[in-house]
Design a protein around this ligand. Structure first.
Ligand code: CAA
Length: 267
């Protein structure tokens, strides 16, 4: 693909599909001819979908997945090939990708196939990663003369430790879902034909809990890497105490004692 081809893409070309299933938004990367490579237009459409989810109180959880044999095979190499340092620095190339990691609502990656380079980094920006038993993970940037640029060296190291992250980033080796599971990179491996069904079951479960409580839990877990333990424990206790201001906290405890399902109102 040349720069001219990119210009010629129709403006309304759909590279991301958005579906709704009760309180769950399903975002599907739909660029199978390029293994869902993450071009600028795809990232822009992804970010619009995330903004929509965040602004809609009817959405309680987000699932990100891909069509075909890839979750995403990384940043779009044909789009990057001719870029200069001056251009990528001036535009702060890759920065818009970070939108996913700033999502306040829980995001589950359903990794259906290749999650390489930026695709692996995108999965790691999500809160939970369910991997099909056919999925493959890796940071192959070194093999094309560059390095991870969307958090790969940082998030992968935090998840799997220095020794394993070094090997993956320095060799570009691809690993199976099973190996990724053993390393702690993914939450769980699921048989490919059950991936979406099981992912959606969990997404619905989370989406139907009290939205403000879910948001606080996500924030507290994410704070682990930024706050020393003593401060983190104190912060968590204050957040726990603040759930006592919610109708949902009263309803949840009352429902338990009355032996009935809770009816959360997300306030
Ligand atoms: N960018 C653009 N196009 C890509 C792509 C990518 N990252 N990955 C695959 N494609 C395209 C191929 O060029 C090919 O297009 P054509 O049919 O037009 O030739 C099509 O998708 C199918 O790919 P393959 O024929 O290569 O499929 P395969 O089954 O033989 O191999 C693969 C699959 C091992 C995933 C291989 O496609 C591959 O290695 N892809 C590149 C992976 C990669 O290096 N990713 C890192 C990108 S850099 C990055 O992400 C930086 C960052 O941190 C932000």
């Amino acid at each position: 693909m040349t720069a001219a081809d990119i210009q010629e893409r129709p403006q309304n070309e759909e590279l991301v599909r958005v579906d709704f299933d009760d309180r769950v938004m399903i975002i599907t990367l739909t660029r199978p001819d390029a293994l869902n490579a993450l071009c600028r237009k795809l990232i822009s459409q992804l970010n619009s979908a995330l903004d929509q989810a965040e602004n809609d109180t009817r959405i309680g959880a987000i699932v990100v997945t891909g069509v075909g044999k890839a979750f995403a095979a990384g940043a779009d190499i044909s789009e990057m090939k001719n870029l200069t340092f001056a251009e990528v620095a001036e535009k702060d190339f890759i920065q818009p990708w970070e939108r996913l990691s700033r999502c306040q609502k829980p995001v589950i990656a359903a990794v259906n196939g290749y999650a390489l380079g930026g695709g692996c980094e995108m999965a790691m920006m999500c809160d939970i990663i369910y991997a099909s038993d056919q999925a493959k993970f890796g940071q192959p940037e070194v093999t094309i003369g560059t390095m991870p640029g969307a958090g790969g060296t940082q998030r992968l190291t935090a998840l799997v430790g220095k020794a394993k992250a070094m090997e993956l980033c320095l060799t570009g080796r691809m690993i199976t879902a099973q190996e990724a599971d053993v390393m702690g990179l993914v939450t769980r491996v699921i048989a490919g034909d059950s991936l979406m069904k099981e992912t959606l079951e969990i997404a619905h479960k989370i989406a139907n809990f009290s939205a403000p409580v879910v948001r606080m839990i996500k924030e507290a877990v994410n704070d682990v890497s930024e706050i020393p333990l003593v401060g983190g424990i104190r912060m968590e206790r204050r957040m726990f105490q603040s759930t006592f201001a919610l109708d949902d906290r009263k309803e949840g405890m009352t429902a338990f004692l009355e032996k009935r399902p809770a009816a959360f109102k997300h306030r």
